[in-house]
Design a protein around this ligand. Structure first.
Ligand code: GAP
Length: 449
């Protein structure tokens, strides 16, 4: 049998155009992503994650966490509240400057981002030859407002956080005072953010509710130091994305020409989506923007004592900010394979929702079911394991292939009557091997590295 390679089944150029539709359909069919509150017709920019999606996201976040928090001596973590004192958003500049330029089509009154030329031109084409006029661009603030309090009319207007960063910045002193960290060190956080995006779209690419994984790395305030750590984090994050099994040729760095209000320098890591290269992660030199502003607005000192010079300084912050949803979409697109009728996700085993599936050959033979259940229960101690005893084996393989399960184990009559071995089938090569039940754990462990 031919050995499986990383590019087997990668959709051809002609198949790429509808790759997004294929992914959206697979995500629904196999329980990765559902439209938010679908039974009520959905709600724009919101998505719900199903059983397979939750596991993929958890694995992604766990890998990120292990890499950046567990394995590093210079990183700690926080989990700050989503709703903050509104003054924090004034200080961070979000109430004044967290905006995108909005234009409205004068024919149909749909609104778009003025800086997204492809989306503007795609919309103009929908008016089939008519000259489309647009309103002048107006800055539209992306912060999502909500209200707290129990007395109608006296409720406090607050914001759902537009980025998770601010919860780290306001806790900078708390972290320094409660741990033994010393500059340079970082604070990591994973959590939901909300933006009133003008044009949510691209499936889970641009949502109104999404999840971010961020690190804020605090360093001495110095231009050279800033450049050094900026370059370090760029490469560190690219290496991480590559370690997730993504194809290197589909990834690149892209420097920002227009900088966000808080940034001194910014680079994106981009993935080649079906519509072209687009951002999955940002690396920003925020310098002392956040801490200085919080010092100014809160009146609380944010400075750190330099033990060498005895001077107080406000640290600079080099940020890495990745979107769980965008990374998930890029992973799914990158892993999608098809050959004839067969579809599979060639996800890295580290990310695969289930590492193994266990099947009794027939779903109506108690002796096969009992043996398979014993293997299933044993493997479950170490991994997420799927169980399937419905339909024929071909259909069960197809279902596991589509969620990217690397190994399927079948218990058959040979297992019971001959040598206590099972069939293990590899997702990518479809190669099948007989493996003794006593050696199964070792076999799987070796191949899940
Ligand atoms: N704290 C910096 C920050 O939030 P950003 O470039 O606005 O920077 C960082 O966002 C990452 O968050 C992006 O690279 C993307 O992965 C994700 N992200 C931003 N807006 C998003 C949206 N509307 N939907 C999904 N993900 C989004």
């Amino acid at each position: 049998m031919k050995k499986a390679t990383a590019t087997d089944g990668v959709p051809s150029e002609s198949g790429k155009n509808n790759l997004m539709e294929k992914i959206i359909s697979l995500c629904k069919r196999r329980g990765f992503v559902f439209p938010g509150s679908e039974i009520y017709g959905g709600i724009t920019g919101m998505w719900d994650f199903g059983p397979a999606g939750v596991l993929l996201r958890k694995n992604l976040k766990d890998l990120w966490w292990k890499d950046l928090v567990q394995m590093r001596d210079d990183m700690v973590a926080v989990d700050a509240a989503i709703i903050m004192n509104p003054k924090a958003w004034e200080a961070s500049g979000h109430t004044a400057s967290f905006s995108d330029p909005l234009v409205e089509c004068k024919i149909c009154h749909l609104r778009f981002r003025h800086d997204k030329a492809e989306e503007i031109s795609a919309h103009e084409k929908t008016h089939k030859g008519k000259k489309v006029e647009w309103t002048e661009p107006q800055q539209f603030n992306l912060l999502v407002k909500t209200y707290l309090g129990i007395i109608e009319g006296k409720q406090q207007e607050v914001f759902l956080r537009g980025e998770i960063t601010n919860g780290v910045q306001v806790n900078f002193k708390n972290v320094m005072d409660s741990t033994r960290v010393k500059i340079p060190f970082g604070i990591a956080q994973i959590g939901k953010a909300f933006r009133n995006e003008i044009t949510p779209g691209g499936f889970i690419f641009r949502d109104r509710e999404f999840e971010q994984m961020e690190t804020q790395f605090f360093i001495k305030p110095d231009k050279q130091e800033g450049e050094k750590w900026f370059e370090y984090w760029k490469q560190n994050r690219m290496d991480f994305v590559v370690s997730l099994g993504m194809r290197k040729e589909k990834l690149r760095f892209k420097d920002h020409e227009k900088l966000a209000h808080y940034a001194k320098a910014a680079t994106d890591i981009e993935y080649e989506f079906p519509w072209g290269f687009d951002e999955i992660m940002g690396i920003h030199n925020r310098a002392d923007w956040d801490l200085s502003r919080h010092q100014e607005y809160s009146g609380k000192k944010m400075g750190v004592l330099d033990s060498e010079t005895n001077e107080i300084f406000i640290p600079w912050d080099i940020e890495t900010s990745a979107g769980v949803d965008r990374q998930m979409l890029a992973l799914l697109l990158d892993a999608y394979r098809e050959e004839g009728e067969r579809i599979w996700l060639s996800l890295s085993p580290k990310l695969a929702p289930y590492k193994v599936a266990v099947f009794p050959l027939l779903g109506n033979k108690p002796e096969l079911i009992d043996k398979a259940k014993a293997i299933y229960n044993d493997l479950k101690q170490d991994y997420m394991v799927a169980w399937d005893d419905r339909g024929n084996i071909g259909k069960r393989y197809a279902a596991q292939d589509e969620i990217g399960t690397p190994f399927c184990i079948t218990v058959d009559f040979e297992t019971l009557e001959k040598d206590d071995s099972v069939t293990v089938r590899d997702r990518d090569s479809m190669k099948q091997e007989r493996v003794k039940v006593s050696k199964l754990k070792e076999y799987i462990k070796e191949r899940l590295q």
